[in-house]
Design a protein around this ligand. Sequence first.
Ligand SMILES: *Cc1c(COP(=O)(O)O)cnc(C)c1O
Length: 404
Amino acid sequence: MSQTPTRADFDRYMVPNYAPQQVIPVRGEGSRLWDQEGREYIDFAGGIAVNGLGHCHPVLVEALTDQANRLWHLSNVYTNEPALKLARSLVERTFADKVFLCSSGGEANEAAFKLARRWAHDNFGSHKHRIVSFSQAFHGRTLFTVSVGGQPKYAQGFGPVPGGIVHGTYNDLDSVRELIDDDTCAVVVEPMQGEGGVLPAAPGFLEGLRELCDAHDALLVFDEVQTGVGRSGSLFAYQQLGVTPDILTSAKALGGGFPVGAMLTTDRIAQAFSFGTHGSTYGGNPLASAVALAAVEYIDTPEVLEGIARRHALFREHLGEINARHGVFREVRGMGLLIGAEMSEAWRDRAKDILPLAIEEGLMALIAGPNVLRMAPSLVIPEADIAEGMARLERAVARLVAGQ
Ligand SMILES: *Cc1c(COP(=O)(O)O)cnc(C)c1O
């Protein structure tokens, strides 16, 4: 006899590397979720910037079920139509000539860092292997990606870690000038830091990185796992920032909730991933590729992208009003529908205390570090759901302020 699972089962049966909220959502539709008790929530969290089209969007459901009735998996001993269509679509919409498909953001970054090293090794020699990254950066949880990432706690106790990685200060070009040299194979950067606090690149910073990379024959790698696929207001953030990388990684909203990742690059660099150098069993899986193709084609349209700009303005307006009444935020920032509200001095590091109150009020939100309330809702969230979600957020904030 099967019993309904409970939150206690998590502690009983699962490795304790997460600490999930007490509620267990069982159904989602658009920007609303329902838990086991039938309580309804508005979703400003979007599965951490993954559910770009909300929950169970009909276009994605159709792409998935249609493919589920045709072909699930082949391995890369054969290619398949959905993977080829997805790769072509990504190439036609971006700077890239070539695509490597995989199943997560960490895996896309792992591929990017390996490609940068292999490219430098093949063209310059193995001395050119240094990677410049940034404090507070987040690139995934594999050993290589936590090492390139700039949050030492994620690598602690897992050593020995890969070497040759140094960290500058985000938005500080001088710090990069001090670190980069002719042995640098890549500079790795999020065009807006996500986990690091929803921190946009300062004007001139990415241009400066581009120039430094060009001066030292190093590759510029943009991690757009969080900012990509419409999240920033354009298909990829680089397209509105005026700086083109050599390698770009995507995941999260790429699959809208189906696990998929991609690494994009140019012909010149792609050659270093010659036959047999790298691989992934699930990379280019037909189910994942079919869903990702549908997501990209649906999101990369003027209607959806313009709608993101409108919703961005609405989020700022509502957060400004909440702040005018309660004074908990120092700054609201972000791009598109990746928005961060940094806590004011009086409420320093209390962003995390809003989350359980918000859940009680029927709203799911996120934090980015202890001091930033983060929102990454569906890119097509109805305006009525924004208004209702903000009313719930305001109740949560009011309770925080009242000390309840
Ligand atoms: C989430 C994230 C990753 C890691 O993606 P996974 O799918 O969890 O491996 C990497 N980089 C950035 C910028 C992210 O936000």
